[in-house]
Design a protein around this ligand. Structure first.
Ligand SMILES: Nc1ncnc2c1ncn2[C@@H]1O[C@H](COP(=O)(O)OP(=O)(O)OP(=O)(O)O)[C@@H](O)[C@H]1O
Ligand SMILES: [Mg+2]
Length: 490
């Protein structure tokens, strides 16, 4: 049934009843407000109001920027910042880090802590806040099977901060971290590293280098020792000079001499003296010219690049030497890569090695010292030996009387002994290595016993030498055989 307008009007409440509804509603609200005031404490009310107003007036979060600090740059150049960051963050680990890597390193008294993958550190600097996170390239793949606690070459740091702080982070904060690292190094806290090739990525892997050899413990003639130390000091102080004359800041030393005369000990002494890391380059493991170049470019500044027994690599031989010189070319049919073998598979060229040492490639790095050792200097290609490549040829000779004094002072802590005169006479006439004498001195801590041992060792050597001179090599060999047979017989 259709409703008329008048019927509708009748159904609406009258204005009097509307007024009475409103009056009763506002009375109820006043009562409720009073009740709330009575029941809810004032502080709580303020808190709720504050929260509500901040919720409704909330702004968009500030936009963030991220820096990635990875181990490698352009495939072969190592990122020095990563080491600085690792050490810096280890000092920032706090109670918020629930899982922490802990270790104790040689030369350090305290335990060292480290970040594990996925953990965060929030750091404050100059009024800004940054967040560090350690991640891994493979984190998104197989994430269910991540080994969080095992560090590997694919880890990197992610540094997040507000975009407006980018300049402070880049120019001040990261620079400060590098400065702290450098300062720690200079305070002698840095443990030297010995780098060897390679991990599966083809890069260097390192371990702490804690060799006790120093110039004080080296048995060498004083003048030679001083000449080497002076040369090192001069090299260190001439950075500007090298730049002015247009030369890469590098130096090369060739250490040559018989086995056991201290070539490796001298390398350790140089590293300790300069506080340089050692890169032990095994040319035998180099697979190509490119591999050699990348390996050398991957070495850090302030380092010794060492190639021990360089004569074991045919690539550096003097081609003018006669091929049938038995003394040098000792064919080993069973070893394809032995230098004397005609099937020797050459892996790199001498010119690449020379180019990395003083050609165009050599300027990609500063403060580097190349050290080559050999028992056969005469085997090496003259191109390798010329000044500028090998600036100083250091002959490590058999032990001299001066060298013996150094050994005695190190091993027995004495400066004088009645047996010295007799021992000196024998040392002057014999070719004995410091290694052999050091071994004799190790046998007792009592000077009389140790020096008696040295004396009888030298007398025996003298007898061998005299027999050899009298009866030739064969006679000496026979005598040795007889000696051994007598020893066996008791
Ligand atoms: N000049 C030296 N001064 C002090 N110790 C020495 C010296 N030469 C050798 N020694 C002792 O002999 C050991 C072996 O010496 P080192 O390895 O330095 O000889 P090397 O010349 O490198 O021998 P190789 O040619 O076989 O590599 C050293 O650990 C050290 O104890
Ligand atoms: Mg050696």
């Amino acid at each position: 049934m259709a409703c008329t307008l008048v019927q509708y009007a009748r159904m609406l409440p009258s204005s009097a009843s509307l007024l009475s509804y409103y009056a009763s509603f506002s009375t109820s609200m006043m009562l409720l407000r009073n009740a709330c005031k009575e029941l809810v404490p004032e502080k709580l009310e303020e808190y709720v109001l504050e929260k509500l107003s901040s919720f409704f007036s909330r702004k968009a979060p500030p936009s963030q920027s991220t820096f990635i600090i990875d181990d490698y740059w352009d495939c072969f150049d190592r990122n020095e910042l990563i080491k600085a960051v690792t050490l810096y963050l280890s000092s920032k680990i706090g109670p918020n880090n629930k899982t922490v890597k802990v270790g104790k390193f040689r030369k350090q008294e305290d335990l060292t802590t480290g970040l594990v993958r996925g953990e965060e550190i929030v750091d404050k600097f100059d009024g800004i806040e940054v967040t560090w996170k350690l991640l891994n390239e493979n984190d998104n793949e197989n994430s269910g099977r991540q080994k969080r606690y095992v560090s590997d070459a694919n880890s990197y740091f992610e540094l997040t901060f507000e975009e407006k702080d980018r300049d402070i982070v880049l120019k001040k904060y990261l620079t400060r971290i590098l400065q702290i690292h450098e300062a720690n190094k200079n305070q002698g806290q840095r443990v030297l590293q010995l780098f060897t090739k390679k991990n599966y990525r083809g890069s260097w892997t390192s371990l702490d280098f804690d060799h006790p050899s120093t110039f004080d413990t080296l048995a060498m003639d004083y003048d030679l020792k001083k000449a080497i130390m002076d040369d090192l000091d001069k090299f260190l102080s001439r950075k500007d000079f090298y730049r002015r004359v247009g030369k890469a800041w590098k130096r090369g030393y060739l250490l040559y001499g018989p086995p056991g005369t201290g070539k490796s000990s001298l390398i350790a002494a140089i590293a300790n003296y300069l506080k340089y890391d050692i890169y032990n380059l095994e040319l035998g493991s180099v697979t190509s010219d490119t591999d050699l170049r990348d390996t050398l470019l991957d070495t850090g500044n302030k380092s010794l690049i060492v190639v021990e027994d360089i004569d074991c690599n045919q690539e550096v031989w003097n081609r003018d030497l006669s091929d049938d010189d038995d003394e040098y070319y000792d064919d080993d049919e069973n070893d394809d890569n032995s230098p004397g073998n005609s099937n020797y598979d050459s892996k790199f060229t001498l010119s690449t090695l020379l180019n990395c040492m003083d050609g165009l490639w050599s300027v990609c790095g500063d403060e580097r010292i190349f050290v080559f050792t050999t028992n056969h200097k005469e085997l090496l290609d003259p191109a390798l030996l010329r000044p500028g490549r090998m600036d100083m040829h250091i002959h490590m000779s058999y032990c001299t009387t001066q060298g013996f004094r150094v050994l005695v002072s190190n091993y027995l802590e004495i400066q004088e002994h009645p047996l010295f005169e007799e021992i000196d006479d024998l040392i002057r006439t014999l070719e004995v290595t410091p290694a052999a004498l050091a071994e004799e001195l190790m046998k007792s801590e009592l000077p009389d016993v140790a020096l008696e041992g040295v004396l009888s060792y030298l007398k025996k050597k003298k007898m061998e030498k005299d027999t050899k001179r009298k009866f030739g090599r064969e006679g000496a060999r026979q005598e040795k055989k007889m000696e051994k047979a007598a020893e066996k017989a008791g």
